[in-house]
Design a protein around this ligand. Sequence first.
Ligand SMILES: [Zn+2]
Length: 445
Amino acid sequence: MSKPTTSLKSILAEFLNLNRTLVSDDMNKTLSIIGSYLPDSADYTVENFAPLTDAWTWKIPERYEVHEAYLETEDGQRIVDFRDSPLHIISYSLPVDCLLTWDELAPHLRFSEKRPAAIPWEFKYYERDWGFCLTKNTFDSLLPRDKKYHAVIRSSFITDPARGLRVGVGVIHPEGGANPEAGEIIVQAHTCHPAQANDDGSGVVSAIDLARRLAENPLPAGSMSVRFWFGPETIGMVAYLSRHEDWIPCLRGGIFLDSTGNQNSLALQRTRQDTHLLDRVARSVMKKRFGEFREGEFAQVAPNDERIINGPGVNVPAISITRFPYPEYHTSDDNLDVVHDDLMVEAAEVAEEIILIYASNYLPKRTFRGPLFLSGHGLWVDWRENWALNRAIEKIMMRLEGEHSVFDIAEQVGLDYWVTREYLGKLQAKGFVRVLPFPSETSAD
Ligand SMILES: [Zn+2]
């Protein structure tokens, strides 16, 4: 049984401070915490990808373990200790145990000029090195610089195939179960930022909230299924897609959620296609809810995993919903004070509204010839009851050639999407309209 509803912030707190770097034991823990809050119907599973195996042009990294790490002066005065924060070492630092002069040590120290009291989050996953991260204030206090320093990082890189990179996946189906013809939309949030609340914990809990909403209030029968995906940024999605190439043609769109909790307006980052149906649906939802809203081109607001889904050789349209930028980004100041429950919930609500329309939309194709005998089939709408629909019926009938989606028709005739869909549902029930699904979106060439 999935755990009962609780505040999104308290779910985030459960995994926030874990050292959930790319491939790690704490990543496993994070993925299992996420699974415990997803609805049971999502049938959440965690998949393993063996270290050092190929994933398209990438290689899956080893599992990273840190047993102990600290920096101290030669006389034993501790400067930083990994036990206090996983941010104190550069993620994927090589093991080291040596005595260094200041000049030897300095190139291995990282701090934030902009936020002198914060520890920056740094990583070096592939071109490996080692290093410590500390506050600028601590760095400045290391005077005089004529001492020797003892740098200790006891880390190991595990290549056991069974202890590889993990991603967690759950799928929420529409009313009545999956409709393979309609395909799927994917909702993604990455999980690999240790001790970072807004980037990336907030996106994770907004996605959990969204999954719970879609389980409680399922999409109409025949809609797309919604796949929820959690794992490390970039390499996680590259690994997943490279091992599930057969599934890619099922994918009709993507929504990436990240930095949904900070005090900033919600922004829409458009797809690489830029004017795709998904962009138009998302813009209409944002406009209806906020009036004026922030938006930007593909990968220009906050580049994330949509670069994989919507990238070369996949190219499935993917948008992002985010409140990025914010000043605490990638530092120890990105903590629970930065994120707000109502804002993380609002992002989930916006994503839900976009999915409700995009995943239930279809291409209606007429089966009748000549003007439809409306009153003879109980399809006439009394103008006294619904003036706008009565006026629009003639225009709707001229758009049932299988080229215009329900969403397009609603926009063109000036009706609400759900009013239009409901009316077309009546035509469908009488056998006057067939449902054409959207073709596959991917382009592998
Ligand atoms: Zn980030």
